[in-house]
Ligand binder design. Structure first.
Ligand code: ASP
Ligand code: MG
Length: 403
C-alpha cells in the first residue's frame, strides 16, 4: 500500500462536472488500495474574483484581511470535492490548512511553511479516510490565517508529500505534462517524459508556468519526485526529479518571457564603483535584475544595460536617477517591447556548440539579438517582442527537427 498525494488545480475543479471527474480519479487511486491525500486549489478564477472584491471595498486593505478573504476559495473546493466523494460512498474528510497542521511564518500573502504537524492527518489516514486538504494556506503563531502566494497549492502538495514521505506526488493540471515549447504555439512541440528539478526551475523562470517555482525548489530540497499530468486526458505525464536519463536530448525546452523591460544608462563615467552604485540602489528597491551588459569604456564613459521585470521599470528609473542625479533623459532608455527567449537543458553543460546553434537559428530567421546571457544549463537572448514567437519556432525547429 502506498501513500499518494494528488493535487488538482483551479481548472480541474472549476465546476460540478470537473469535480465529479476529479472524484473519479481519486476514487480509482483509493480503490487500488492506496492512502490518498488530495490537495485542491480554488475553483477556476475564484481567487482573482476574491482579490477584485477586496480591491473594490478597499484597495488599501491589510495583508492579514487579504489572506482571510482569499483563503476562502480553497474552503469551497475542498468541501465540494469531499461531498462528491461522499456521493460515491467513500470515507472522506476535508481539512483547512490549519486543520491539516500547516504552520507558517507571518508574511501574509507570501507565507513560508515552517512545519506540518502530522497528527490529525495521520489519524485520518489511519482510519482509512481520503483526506482533502485546502492548498495555499496555513496558520501563523498568532493563530491567523496565512496564504503561501499565488499558485501556492503546488507547494502545499509537495510539503505534504515531503512531510509524510509519500510514495508519489501527482500534480494534475490542464496540460498533459511539460513540453519542449508551448504546444499551442509551436507545432512539433513534444511532451517530455522526464525533466530535472534544475531544468524545470529554469524553464519556469523563462515563463513556462506549469509548476509553481517554490514547489519545485521544495521538491528538490526534499527529493520529492513529481508527476505533472492532466486531469482530463488520462495519460502518463512528465516526471520531475533529480537526475534523468538524457534521452540524447541536448536541450529540454524553449521558452519565452514577456515580463521584461530593458533599461540602458548611457555615458556613465568609466571609473570604479559605478556599477556598484547603480545596482545597490536597485537592490535597495528590491528590483530583480536579470541580464546585465556593460560596454567597453570609450572616451572616459561607458554604458550599462540591464533587464528588470516589466512592472519594475519605474522603480528602476528612480534607482538610476538617485544613483546619478546629474543624468538627463538623454542618458536613459527604457524599452518594454522586448522578450527574453531561452533554451534550457542540462545536456548543454557538456556539449559545445549549443549557443552557436541557437544563434544560427536566429540568424537564419533574420532575428536580431539585443542581449545574451548564459548559465550552466540555460542560454537566454533578448529580442524584439514582435520576433519572439518566430524566434521560438526557429530555435525549436533547429533543436527538435521533425523527422
Ligand atoms: N488559489 C490560489 C491561486 O489562485 C492558489 C493556487 O491556485 O495554487 O493563486
Ligand atoms: Mg488558482
Amino acid at each position: 500500500m502506498a501513500l499518494i498525494v494528488q493535487k488538482f488545480g483551479g481548472t480541474s475543479v472549476k465546476d460540478a462536472p470537473s469535480i465529479a471527474r476529479v472524484a473519479g480519479i481519486v476514487a480509482e487511486t483509493y480503490s487500488e488500495g492506496n492512502d490518498v491525500i488530495v490537495v485542491v486549489s480554488a475553483q477556476g478564477d475564484t481567487t482573482d474574483d476574491l482579490i477584485a472584491k477586496a480591491n473594490e471595498i478597499n484597495p488599501n486593505h491589510s495583508r492579514r484581511e487579504h489572506d482571510m478573504l482569499v483563503s476562502a476559495g480553497e474552503q469551497i473546493s475542498i468541501s465540494l470535492l469531499a461531498m462528491a466523494l461522499e456521493k460515491i460512498g467513500l470515507p472522506v474528510v476535508s481539512l483547512l490548512g490549519w486543520q491539516a497542521g500547516f504552520t507558517t511564518n507571518s508574511s501574509y500573502t507570501a507565507a513560508r511553511i515552517k512545519k506540518i504537524n502530522k497528527e490529525r492527518l495521520q489519524n485520518e489516514l489511519d482510519s482509512h479516510k481520503i483526506v482533502v486538504v485546502a492548498g495555499f494556506q496555513g496558520i501563523n503563531k498568532y493563530d491567523d490565517i496565512t496564504t503561501l502566494g499565488r499558485g501556492g497549492s503546488d507547494t502545499s502538495a509537495v510539503a505534504l508529500a515531503a512531510a509524510l514521505h509519500a510514495d508519489r506526488c501527482q500534480i494534475f493540471t490542464d496540460v498533459t505534462g511539460v513540453f519542449t515549447a508551448d504546444p499551442r504555439k509551436v507545432k512539433g512541440a513534444v511532451k517530455l517524459s522526464e525533466i530535472t528539478y534544475d531544468e524545470m526551475l529554469e524553464l519556469a523562470s523563462c515563463g513556462a508556468q506549469v509548476l509553481n517555482n517554490r514547489s519545485v525548489e521544495m521538491a528538490k530540497k526534499y527529493n520529492v519526485e513529481l508527476e505533472v499530468l492532466s486531469s482530463i486526458e488520462r495519460e502518463p505525464g512528465t516526471i520531475v526529479k533529480e537526475a534523468t536519463k538524457m534521452e540524447k536530448m541536448l536541450i529540454r525546452g524553449v521558452a519565452k518571457d514577456n515580463d521584461v523591460a530593458r533599461i540602458s544608462v548611457l555615458r556613465l563615467p568609466d571609473s570604479p564603483g559605478i556599477a556598484f552604485k547603480l545596482f545597490s540602489k536597485l537592490a535597495y528597491r528590491k528590483v530583480n535584475v536579470d541580464i546585465i551588459l556593460q560596454s567597453v569604456g570609450r572616451d572616459g564613459t561607458k554604458d550599462i544595460t540591464f533587464t528588470v521585470p516589466r512592472g519594475d521599470d519605474q522603480l528602476a528609473r528612480d534607482a538610476v536617477f538617485e544613483a546619478f542625479p546629474d543624468l538627463t533623459e538623454d542618458n536613459f532608455i527604457v524599452d518594454t517591447n522586448v522578450s527574453k527567449v531561452s533554451i534550457v537543458g542540462a545536456g548543454m553543460e557538456t556539449h559545445p556548440g549549443t549557443a552557436s546553434q541557437m544563434f544560427e537559428a536566429l540568424f537564419d530567421a533574420g532575428i536580431n539579438i539585443q542581449m545574451i546571457s548564459t548559465s550552466e544549463i540555460k542560454i537566454s537572448v533578448l529580442v524584439d517582442q514582435g520576433d519572439a514567437d518566430k524566434a521560438i519556432s526557429a530555435i525549436h525547429d533547429s533543436f527538435f527537427p521533425e523527422d
